[in-house]
Design a protein around this ligand. Structure first.
Ligand SMILES: [Zn+2]
Length: 100
């Protein structure tokens, strides 16, 4: 089974600091099929993206921007973000922010 896990998994207030999956994605991983795995992995790598992260400029994926009603970031504990961004941060940047 494919996995983005780099064996450095640590739950950092709702998101893994190693592979940047949400806890929900990690929890459901074994129940997802190959297609679903590829979709998540493409989003993690920026292969599939909706916009560039306003902080680091890397490609990132927002489920809301893609037409869904919820986003992966809803699962992540609220972060303390002092700057105002006009788009969602990528998983890496969001993970680094301190939880509120
Ligand atoms: Zn970023």
């Amino acid at each position: 089974m494919k996995t983005p896990c780099i064996a450095a998994c640590k739950n950092n207030a709702g998101i893994c600091s190693g592979c940047h999956r949400t806890m929900g994605e990690i929890l459901h991983w074994s129940k997802m099929d190959d297609d679903a795995h590829s979709q998540v992995m493409d989003k993690l790598s920026g292969e599939t993206s909706t916009h560039a992260c306003p902080e680091c400029g890397s490609n990132t994926f927002c489920d809301i921007a893609a037409g869904k009603e919820t986003c992966w970031c809803f699962e992540v504990e609220e972060r303390e973000i002092t700057e105002t961004f006009d788009a969602c941060l990528c998983r890496r940047c969001l993970e680094k922010k301190p939880a509120v």
